[in-house]
Design a protein around this ligand. Structure first.
Ligand code: 9MR
Ligand code: ZN
Length: 563
């Protein structure tokens, strides 16, 4: 029995506003005073393959009056409350960016920015180069990756990729200050926050251009506050995955920090530093054409972010170096050659996760104006075709379940919420391409945008678990993220703005394996339990992916004059 809604809210002007119910029949939409504002019938039954239930879609798109509402059926069952209004995603969007501040390592979190979630400076000691006990260096800073205290280059690069493209393409969504230490310095806070991570990443590069794969203790800490964690941290061996992602990320950041309208002298200098680091990494990549992958040394249990190929990472690096060079009006041939060589191996170019970053190469090449003047038309065409084909596949997938979302039953993996939002990113990129093409594109764009909205509706509560997967947002937001600070700080509520990993059809932690019966439909494989790291952890890159999508939706609303 359920009426599932986006518990945060629906944009007032949106032509469709969708909910999903487990009962057929009539529904009324009531306002805060309990007055019926709209009534309608649920649509035809859908046998949903993601949660295994028979469900009935509801659309109350005609309601445009701002207010707080809920849905009720004939049996008196009520949904959670939600808003209809202008720029309804502003709060959750800003909180998801601000959440990263709470992951800052190597500094104290002060009450004026952190509220009750303060702690002393953590992980201040020098780290040791793994296997070289005589070599230590200072690598303070950056964000804790997730519920653990490790800091890893490949997920860091992906997080920065999501955030900088979100900012670059949807700048208006980042105009509100976030109450972080740098707020008010004239630079958008998303760039201030990203800089905290980038400064740490720079420390992870060796003289020869190589980049250490990760900086973690030998084993994960207990559930203690970060400043209590006195374990020795190691810089683990260089991988080509880390070098290539680092290269791409630095080249992108060099463009963004120099090109942003808010850039002052300081940002320009920072940008030059990023550019130099990108060039050193590129040189390393060219000198080391063979993949240098990464697996944990025997006995170490911190994350390894393993991967079977570095082709997509190298593709992203080539794409970003090419864009940077084009932007600086330098020769782009070397990068274009490398890009074409890798594209010719036939890899897919539509994902934005830490295992597969090739979608960022498409993003780079298809959204940069300078590179369009130099790059071969064949490359542009290949990227466009691949992105639109994937968008069409996703839109079709959205017609095969009751939630209208681009997910198949097999897509609910560890961190499925990032699959949900990364598909929103791909669809947003496809909308941009479609807009630039002439012809019958309006209905195509509308179709993609319906799915983008469905992805966010799902994240915010329109799903079979009934939870909003962002802490602090919605009547039934999940409350027990697998997050060491939250577990140890003695405060009941977690900080607001953390995206959960989400339902996982193949649970990977002890409690989830014990409690979720085999054969449970994938969307139901979720528990709001702190122990369940394979369902309920948070990470910096699950947040950043969601931020891209909320940024897109907020800006779309403004373009159409909604705000
Ligand atoms: O997000 C990662 C997931 O896709 C993997 O299946 C899992 C096991 O290797 O690791 C996850 O990443 C974790 C990382 O190793 C350490 N920090 C927390 C990450 C989220 O659970
Ligand atoms: Zn720390």
């Amino acid at each position: 029995m359920a009426i599932m809604v986006n518990q945060v809210g629906y944009e007032a002007d949106a032509a469709s506003k969708k909910a999903v119910a487990s009962q057929p029949g009539g529904y009324v939409l009531k306002n805060a005073a309990g007055e019926a504002i709209w009534q309608g019938q649920a649509g035809d039954a859908v046998q949903d393959p993601l949660c295994g239930e028979t469900l009935y879609p509801l659309d109350f798109g005609s309601v445009q009056t701002a207010g707080k509402y809920y849905l009720e059926n004939g049996a008196g069952e009520c949904s959670d409350t939600f808003e209809i209004g202008k720029d309804v995603l502003a709060g959750v969007h800003n909180a998801m960016v601000k959440a990263l501040y709470f992951q800052r390592c190597g500094c104290a979190l002060e009450e004026k920015y952190a509220g009750p979630y303060t702690h002393a400076a953590c992980h201040m000691a020098d780290c040791q180069v793994y296997g070289e006990p005589e070599h230590s260096f200072e690598a303070r800073g950056g964000w804790h990756d997730a519920g653990d205290y490790g800091r890893y280059i490949t997920p860091a690069a992906v997080t920065i990729g999501h955030l900088l493209y979100a900012y670059w393409l949807n700048t208006m969504a980042f105009r509100e200050p976030l109450n972080i230490p740098e707020s008010g310095n004239g630079v958008p806070d998303v760039l201030n926050e990203c800089r905290y991570e980038l400064e740490w990443m720079l420390k992870m590069q060796r003289e020869d251009g190589g980049v250490y794969h990760k900086l973690t203790a030998w084993r994960h800490a207990d559930f203690i506050m970060p400043e209590e964690d006195q374990d020795l941290f190691y810089a683990y061996p260089v991988s080509s995955l880390a070098v290539a992602d680092f290269c791409a990320c630095m080249a992108l950041a060099a463009r963004v920090y120099r090109g942003s309208s808010a850039s002052g002298r300081e940002e320009k200098e920072f940008s030059l530093q990023l550019e130099a680091a990108a060039r050193r990494a590129w040189k390393w990549l060219m000198e080391h054409p063979e993949p240098l992958l990464f697996t944990n040394p025997e006995g170490s249990n911190t994350g390894d972010y393993r991967d079977t190929t570095d082709a997509d990472e190298r593709l992203w690096a080539a794409a970003e170096m090419m864009c940077l060079a084009a932007w600086l009006r330098e020769d782009t041939r070397e990068y274009e050659d490398e890009l074409r060589r890798i594209l010719d191996t036939g890899l897919e170019v539509t994902d934005f996760g830490w295992t597969d970053v090739a979608g960022f190469a498409a993003m780079a090449v298809l959204t940069d104006a300078s590179v369009k003047k130099t790059v071969g038309e064949d490359i542009l065409q290949r990227f466009r075709k691949a992105v639109l084909a994937e968008a069409d596949r996703l839109a079709e997938l959205g017609e095969q379940n009751a939630f209208g979302m681009a997910m198949g039953a097999g897509d609910f993996c560890w961190g499925s919420n990032m699959v949900v939002t990364n598909r929103g990113i791909l669809l947003a990129l496809a909308c941009r391409i479609a807009q630039a093409q002439s012809g019958e594109t309006d209905s195509r764009i509308a179709r993609y945008e319906e799915v983008i909205q469905a992805q966010i509706d799902y994240l915010l509560g329109k799903n079979i678990t009934g939870y909003s997967f962002v802490t602090g947002f919605g009547d039934h937001a999940y409350r027990h993220p697998h997050l060491r600070t939250t577990a140890a700080d003695g405060i009941d509520d977690p900080m607001a703005g953390w995206v959960a990993g989400g339902p996982n059809g193949k649970p990977g932690d002890e409690l989830a394996i014990r409690m979720i019966p085999k054969g449970t439909p994938p969307m139901k494989c979720y528990l709001d339990r702190e122990e369940c790291y394979s369902l309920n952890e948070m990470t910096i890159y699950w947040n950043s992916s969601a931020v891209f999508v909320t940024a897109y939706l907020r800006c779309r609303a403004w373009e159409e004059g909604r705000v």
